[in-house]
Design a protein around this ligand. Structure first.
Ligand SMILES: Nc1ncnc2c1ncn2[C@@H]1O[C@H](COP(=O)(O)OS(=O)(=O)O)[C@@H](OP(=O)(O)O)[C@H]1O
Length: 382
């Protein structure tokens, strides 16, 4: 109003203006003063409130989503730690492990073994250290055994290789336990890490934890196993030397390079000696990697017997997938689809010339014979 009075005095021709036009002008000038004193926005929202266009609205009962996703909305919501809906939840150790690409990437869905917090511990059990471990051998068929046995209702398994007893021992038992699924009292906890079989410290460490731990070793013709191992490494490292260059110190003289891991792993008798210093033979079960492919139900029957489980996994659960060339799990009755292991299982092997294969067969023969004697079973790797 002060502005209006001042203006009316300054205007020499005001007398010519009608009362109405002065009123209109004063209203307009009042509006200008008001705008100068209170810029747009200062009175729209209380501090801390999101603009209405950014508020969270319930959708589908449980989930919430942003009504509008403008950048300003996103920034405001990020600054609100209490808003659980927009905070990415921190991954649990087993989830971290599951999502990382491991050497044993597999198509079978890794089960989420951790129940939702709403379920509560009493109903869904506790995380326990494993009662049974598949300790080897690399490329023997360890993933197939684990995925087949874990369809048994009394078995629960860690989805990924923990490497606790070889690479992660310093992390401690609670770290290891944290990787395990929750189990009921009646259920067996399992894990598989194929490198355990050839790691010197592992048998001592497992026996120090529990001498009752049941051990499973999936063995396969060491020559085929070495070629499978090499094929896998080559798929990740294309400029690798040839198989023969790595397998022999001198191929003409038939001198095999036992320092190459792919060769060393196949010396089963030597590795087993180390295990027998800590565990009786009766506590170790050997699965034939070859029969696991031709008769998965038969091999799984023996695994269930060894673990003291009712024979629930039977031939009803398997079918032979011609495209894959391997047995796969049938569609479960409830839902889902048939499940085969992933692309890294059942690769086409690199072609190795017959002479090299014969030389390796000669090299492994005495070790194989010794191994058959030790375990009391002829695996017929000829
Ligand atoms: N049902 C079924 N489906 C696919 N693959 C099967 C199956 N049963 C056994 N196998 C054999 O498993 C071999 C891989 O062994 P692992 O799982 O022990 O490999 S790893 O050490 O975990 O990388 C894999 O070796 P490659 O054939 O050399 O790829 C398979 O021969």
């Amino acid at each position: 109003m002060a502005c209006v009075l001042l203006l009316s005095r300054l205007l020499p021709f005001s007398h010519r203006l009608t009362r109405t036009s002065i009123c209109l002008l004063s209203l307009f000038l009042s509006y200008l003063c008001y705008c100068a004193l209170f810029p747009v926005g200062t009175v729209m929202h209380r501090t801390g409130d999101a603009p209405p266009s950014c508020q969270l609205v319930p959708a589908d009962g449980a989930k919430r989503r942003l009504q509008k996703s403008s950048l300003s909305c996103v920034l405001q919501l990020e600054a609100r730690p209490s808003s659980a809906e927009v905070q990415p939840r921190e991954k649990k150790p087993e989830q971290r492990a599951s999502s990382s690409s491991s050497s044993s990437s597999h198509l079978l869905a890794v089960r989420s073994d951790t129940p939702s917090p709403l379920m509560g511990n009493s109903k869904f059990g506790n995380k326990k250290l494993p009662n049974a471990i598949i300790v080897g051998v690399k490329k023997g068929g360890t993933r197939a055994v684990l995925e087949f046995i874990r369809i048994h209702p009394d078995v629960r398994a860690a989805g990924t290789e923990t490497h606790f007893f070889d690479r992660n021992y310093d992390r401690g038992l609670e770290w290891y336990r944290g990787l395990m699924p929750r189990t009921l009292e009646s259920q067996i906890t399992m894990e598989k890490t194929p490198s355990y079989f050839v790691t010197k410290e592992t048998p001592r460490r497992i026996s120090a934890l529990s001498q009752k731990t049941k051990l499973i070793v999936v063995v396969r013709d060491p020559v085929t196993r070495a070629i499978s191992d090499y094929t896998q490494t080559l798929s990740k490292t294309p400029d690798l030397p040839t198989f023969q260059e790595l397998a022999f110190r001198n191929q003409c003289l038939g001198i095999v390079d036992t320092s190459w891991n792919a060769i060393r792993i196949g010396l089963y008798a030597l590795h087993l000696e180390n295990w027998l210093r800590y565990f009786p033979l009766a506590q170790i079960h050997f699965v034939s990697g070859e029969r696991l492919i031709t008769d998965p139900a038969g091999e799984l029957a023996r695994v269930q017997d060894f673990l003291g489980l009712k024979r629930i996994v039977t031939d009803k659960h398997f079918y032979f997938n011609r495209t894959k060339g391997f047995p796969c799990l049938k569609k479960p009755e409830s839902s889902g689809s048939p499940r085969c292991l992933g692309k890294s299982k059942g690769r086409t092997h690199v072609q190795i010339d017959r002479d090299a294969i014969e030389q390796l067969r000669d090299f492994y023969r005495p070790y194989n014979v010794k191994f058959y004697e030790m375990v009391g079973h002829d695996f017929k790797w000829e």
